[in-house]
Ligand binder design. Structure first.
Ligand code: HEC
Length: 123
């Protein structure tokens, strides 16, 4: 079950990687590494790549920040500082902090999220 879901996630990430390869300006993203870190950090309990759960889909986050040059710094801060977030039902809690102290690994996760092709289908 989990394996199937992971496979799908990897497939989605693979697609975005080939899209990136077509763009000369983009740097390579290690999608497998990003996904593994997200999984180890428990991110996928609330976030999925392509559908909304308790938290926005990573694709929607990518769409929201498309073209925003401050996005990488903002998201880096978001996933390392434990800032307060508001859930849809109105309750608030400290956002989960990523389980890594390696800036390159964290930046890779941020770049991967932002590289995802934009937006989930509207409901
Ligand atoms: C307990 C549920 C939960 C977990 C676990 C969680 N998040 Fe979130 N996350 C949220 C919610 C809710 C929001 C939306 C906050 C908002 O829009 O104000 C959010 C927003 C985000 C955003 C977008 C922030 C923005 O500025 O729009 C990113 C990126 C993100 N999370 C990444 C992660 C990563 C990486 C992890 C794992 C380290 C993670 N999240 C774990 C609930 C969660």
């Amino acid at each position: 079950m989990l394996d199937l879901r992971l496979l799908r996630l990897v497939a989605v990430a693979g697609l975005s990687l080939s899209a990136l390869a077509a763009s000369p300006a983009a740097q390579a993203v290690d999608a497998d590494g990003a996904l593994m870190l997200a999984r180890q950090s428990g991110c996928l309990k609330c976030h999925a790549v392509d559908k909304k759960k308790e938290a926005p889909a990573y694709r929607d986050i990518a769409a929201k920040y498309k073209g925003n040059s401050e996005a990488p710094a903002k998201l880096y801060h978001h996933i390392t500082s434990g800032e307060r977030v508001k859930f849809e039902d109105g309750h608030e809690e400290d956002h989960k902090v990523v389980k890594s102290k390696d800036p390159a690994q964290i930046r890779n996760l941020v770049d991967w999220i932002l590289s995802l092709p934009g937006g989930t289908a509207p409901k």
